[in-house]
Write a new protein. Sequence first.
Length: 372
Amino acid sequence: MKVICAKDELIKGMQIVSPVIASKITLPVLSNFLFETEDNKIKLSATDLEIGVTCYIKAEIVQEGAITIPAKRFNDIVKEVSDGNIEIKADETNQINLKAGKSKFVLMGMDKKDYPTLPDFKKDNIFSVKSSVLNAMFKKTIFSVSKDSQKYVLNGVYFIIENGVLKAVSTDGRRLSYVNIEGFDKEIKGKVIIPTKAVSDILRLIASNDKIEEVKISLSDNLMTVMIGDITFQTKLIEGVFPNYEQVIPKKTMSKIKLNSAQTMTAVKQMALLTGDKLVADRSSSIRFSFEKNKMIVSANTVGLGSGETEVEIEYTGEVFDINFNPNYIKDILQNIEDENIYFSYTTPQSPVIITPEKDKNYLCVVMPMRQ
């Protein structure tokens, strides 16, 4: 094999595939990526056996072929050589010769047949979604995914398409995020749990390919495939049954308070500075929301650290009450709400609170208060 490729093309391709390669590997070949010629382009592929990605970059194909190349070493070399074209040759002994300007390098690769084969893109159960929509859905849910490995079915985003509605749900047992978008083909159906790492990778690929307006998604029992332009991303799915999230969302609340998003975020950030570093389930790790006539007081009081409070003007004429929250939970929600105002719906200081944007009717979060 012999190809000539621009440095910036190689860097672009490596930025797509190299994050998939695991730092801890079970097979030596998994520290490599697959480099092969196809249709007058170079096809790059990488996998950690759970996630796989392929992409194409432009090149001059002098002689066709394929080989697996040590990813980190190759990436480091490409970054350091001078700008311009890089010549890459591989022979039958799997020796790889790189030439860039006056610099030459030799690496040892491995045969293509030793590399795991990625499944083809399945043509059934396919639907399209705007990149911006999928990006927003995942950003609004990924933060409330559980990090507890024992709750493995909660270690991802529950992704559902049914009756023409696409939904994304996540929960860690203390909070829940839910978003839904209508307008899809009612014949397409699927319910899958996407691992957190895969969701992060999809967000990364969408962000780095912002000119792609629409992505294609294929769902099966154990595999999800996402096509972003000429990038194909695949992930195995979490097996198991996601809890009935609809039971967690309160059907009715007694009170509803309108709050300014920016003012609330500022108050929460200020008082979070006075909470414990480890946000455990006690009062030292919480901030308090106190609602009085036409004002909300956000405060914190941590033994051995300090105390503080700040006041926000609101429209409120109900009963005086206090409710405690993990400040990180509130910040995560507010960071993903674009509306100027939010609604804070509750029944008692001990019951779950629903936080919703004022105008966006497709998004809601449920947060459990902390004990007072």
